[in-house]
Design a protein around this ligand. Structure first.
Ligand code: CA
Length: 517
């Protein structure tokens, strides 16, 4: 990270009012004797992204970062000293069967009234941020035909329906050769079903199947004949074609056109910010993720929750080591238990593959200033802000109600994004340190860089530069508000994130923990 002279002064980031350590964000760290502001002087050289005691911390006292205890001081730490891994006794996270439940539920923030966006209202009460024709599938066999059809819909039909943003094929590799008696198979089935109900598809998703696959279209749509008033059932099985490939394309185009007519009549309406369903994710993280981008997302999450929106954070393995804090923050004991159940399920899932979560921070993490596993998990969890956790969404399930919710997903970007779409996400935000061109076809994806250097190198891929927190150009609070307003602009279609401008669309990737036959 290159700092301009005006901001190349000693910089500390303190993430929470109760923190007694700050993090040095200067590219080269600070030298001994450096004045750090407010009378604080560095007692020794402190490397970049490492911690400094903001006040005297006595032996045995709590060391706080992100407003949480990340360790207990093993010695007296005078103000201005470098707080290293060896100075901390690790707070041992309790095992899953002894986690605190709803013991530290944050009080609700003051409601934020009056914030709105322009969205597409759906019959089921949800609101779309885009107006897309979705065509879902019950098996991989149809993908080639459907892609051909989608190309023709895009070039021949879409120009006649200017109020429809795009057509999206919900293709995937599931549907056949699957052990349908497995309990876990419900995860991909409900994912496919709920993807078709994503608010951005306007309740008009078509289903294209082959005809002999194990995943039945009835499992995807509520009832056959849902579109009967349109002259078709909304389902099409390629094996019904009497006129080969040409007949298949003709049929799909005809069904698509009927739905484009309906979608094209829709207009954006002013909707309360509470209709937003934001999915948050990180990928290609670095030591700055937990210092700049994730805290800014956390601040913006709290604003959204106060505005009544639904905000999801995910990635079980990223937050697993902060489980005790999440269960304590859960609004009710039932929510805490649901969280524990998901974590337990995931532990067993990993065990089955003779794997486990990496219980220790890597040498790279430690060099980057992360002292222990709790601090690492907090850096990922900080995206969730400080609100109470209101609900837990199982993988493939749809979010119910508003507030902050934990959507239990793997951490892989596309799997997580797909499951958040199934949960009803209509807006996605993604923080990245090392950089990724990630994007989704079904919802706008906002990318936030953890460092200014990445935003400078990738000005046509990064939408928001959270590195400005490290350079001192913005505070976490200012960047959080900037994000909040940007969310509303993108949701309204007033602004388009780069992934949408360039049409960078990653494949949907289903999470299928069930065996294949
Ligand atoms: Ca991820």
């Amino acid at each position: 990270m290159s700092l301009s002279p005006s901001v190349d002064r000693p910089r500390l980031v303190r993430l929470h009012a109760t923190d007694n350590v700050g993090v040095v964000v200067n590219d080269r760290g600070v030298a001994a004797g450096t004045a750090l502001g407010d009378g604080l002087v560095a007692l020794e050289a402190i490397p970049p992204s490492h911690k400094v005691a903001l006040e005297p911390i006595t032996e045995g006292a709590a060391v706080r970062r992100y407003g949480e205890v990340i360790g207990w001081a093993r010695r007296d730490l005078p103000a201005g000293s470098w707080v290293k891994e060896a100075d901390l006794d690790l707070p041992t996270p309790p095992t899953l069967d002894s986690l605190p439940k709803s013991t530290a539920v944050p009080a609700p923030g003051e409601p934020l009234e009056g914030y709105t966006f322009e969205g597409y209202r759906n019959a089921d009460g949800s609101v779309g941020t885009r107006n897309l024709l979705g065509i879902t599938t019950t098996v991989q066999c149809v993908t080639g035909v459907l892609e051909h059809a989608v190309k023709r819909i895009r070039t021949e039909l879409l120009p006649r329906y200017p109020h429809v943003d795009d057509v999206v094929a919900l293709t995937h590799s599931f549907g056949c050769g699957v052990a349908f008696d497995s309990k876990d198979v419900q995860i991909p089935i409900r994912t496919v079903r709920n993807l078709a109900r994503n608010p951005n598809l306007g309740g008009q998703a078509l289903v294209v199947g082959l005809g002999c696959e194990m995943l039945r279209p009835e499992q995807i749509v509520d009832r056959e004949g849902a579109g009967a008033d349109l002259g078709d059932s909304g389902l099409y099985r390629l094996q019904e074609s009497q006129t080969g490939f040409a007949g298949m394309i003709e049929q799909i185009l005809a069904m698509a056109q009927r739905r484009l007519e309906i979608l094209d009549r829709r207009r954006r309406e002013t909707c309360p910010a509470s209709a937003l369903v934001l999915g948050m994710q990180c990928g290609g993280s670095d030591a700055f993720s937990g210092i700049t981008a994730n805290p800014a997302l956390g601040f913006a999450s709290d604003l959204l929750v106060r505005a009544g929106a639904t905000v999801m954070f995910s990635e079980v393995t990223e937050v697993r080591d902060a489980a005790h804090l999440l269960t304590a923050r859960s609004e009710t004991e039932a929510v805490a238990q649901a969280l524990i159940d998901e974590m337990e399920w995931y532990d067993r899932y990993l065990e089955r593959g003779q794997s486990d979560r990496s219980a220790n921070t890597s040498p790279g993490n430690k060099a980057g200033g992360l002292s222990n596993i709790v601090e690492k998990a907090l850096g990922a969890t900080v995206k969730s802000g400080t609100s109470a956790i209101r609900a837990v969404i199982g993988p493939g399930e749809r979010a119910q109600g508003n507030g902050l919710q934990f959507c239990a997903t793997p951490a892989g970007d596309f799997v997580c994004g797909t499951l958040q779409l199934a949960a009803g996400m209509n807006l996605h935000v993604f923080t990245t340190g090392r950089g990724t061109p990630y994007g989704l076809a079904m919802a706008p994806v906002i990318k936030v860089s953890t460092r200014t250097d990445l935003a400078r190198r990738w000005p046509d891929l990064i939408d928001i530069d959270a590195g400005r927190i490290a350079t001192g150009e913005r505070t976490v609070l200012e960047l959080g508000w900037e994000l909040f307003h940007y969310y509303l602009d993108v949701a309204s279609g007033r602004k388009k994130p780069w992934a949408e401008v360039h049409r960078l669309h990653n494949d949907l990737v289903l999470f299928n923990p069930a065996p294949l036959t």
